[in-house]
Design a protein. Structure first.
Length: 298
């Protein structure tokens, strides 16, 4: 089952994209973890709030499951892009009013310092010399595209790494089920021989009714027959492996693991001898290990 061209993809990974131009630096970091569906969370600088829905759609186009957290930061030289404007008219009017007020209240401190005006925020306004959104939007696009690609590669690499333990568990299950199949094929004969011996002991004086013996043996064999369950389990293994070659198959693989466990559980309930029961316990444990790995698959 060793393959290197599978499309299996993990839901965990990390991606980073950096874009720089002139005095601008945009960094986008994306973290992805397990989730039942696809949940995209995003944090952007205020200059890029209008791009939020566009960036979420980019993630939705690439991924179908996982909790995806996108964080973008932006830095630039504010002194080159901002201008501080002082409201001279308002300041002059304020000074005139204060001088008039001083005449009415001569006991107040008569000195008016420039520093006093600096504490009045309403007198100052910061103006943009350029439209930041239009300048940084192409830069942000480049950063998030690089981060998403980096995350995609990380998830694909992790998916390939996941296939090794998945393949080992699947091979182990198949080997044990095949061994179980060979063991239970002789069960009807054993039931017949055991029933014959038991009935001979109980009916030693009256003789043995071969017809009744055959009926009871058939009933017991049918009750403990696990051939169909074993065949379905082997078919599930083959289907499981074929799903590993399909992208976004994690949910189907999880459901299939549940079906495999149910079949193994039914086999365990029907099997009466110690060897088969022990083997079924090992099979169920391996299926559980398989399902734990599948929880990480997209």
């Amino acid at each position: 089952m060793e393959r290197s061209d599978l499309n299996l993809q993990s839901m965990t990974g990390f991606g980073r994209g950096v874009a720089e131009q002139d005095d601008f630096l945009c960094i986008c970091e994306i973290r992805s973890v397990n989730h039942r569906g696809l949940d995209v969370k995003i944090r952007l600088p205020k200059e890029l709030f209008s791009c939020e829905s566009e960036y979420i759609k980019k993630a939705q186009h690439l991924f179908s499951r996982g909790r995806v957290d996108i964080h973008m930061t932006l830095s630039h030289q504010l002194t080159q892009l901002k201008k501080i404007r002082f409201d001279l008219q308002a300041a002059s009017y304020l000074v005139d009013e204060l001088l008039s007020f001083r005449k009415l209240k001569p006991k107040l401190d008569p000195n008016i310092r420039l520093g006093d005006l600096l504490s009045i925020h309403e007198l100052f306004a910061i103006e943009d010399l350029a439209d930041l959104t239009e300048i940084i939007k192409p830069l942000a696009q480049k950063a998030i595209n690089l981060a998403l690609l980096d995350l995609l590669l990380a998830r694909e690499t992790e998916g390939k790494n996941l296939f090794l333990p998945i393949s080992e568990s699947l091979s182990s299950c198949k080997k044990m089920v095949t061994e179980l199949k060979g063991h239970v094929e002789g069960t009807p004969k054993l039931h017949h021989a055991h029933l014959r011996e038991r009935m001979r002991e109980l009916l030693s004086e009256q003789g043995l009714d071969e017809t009744r013996l055959a009926q009871e043996a058939a009933f017991l064999a049918d009750k403990s027959d696990v051939t169909e369950e074993i065949d379905r389990l082997l078919a599930h293994f083959n289907h499981f492996f074929s799903l590993c070659d399909s992208k976004s198959s994690g949910r189907k693989l999880d459901f299939l693991c549940q079906e495999m466990f149910r079949e193994a559980n039914t086999i365990g309930n029907k099997c009466a001898n110690a060897f088969a029961s022990h083997l079924v316990v090992e099979i169920k444990a391996e299926i559980e290990r398989l399902r734990e790995q599948v929880q990480n698959v997209e």
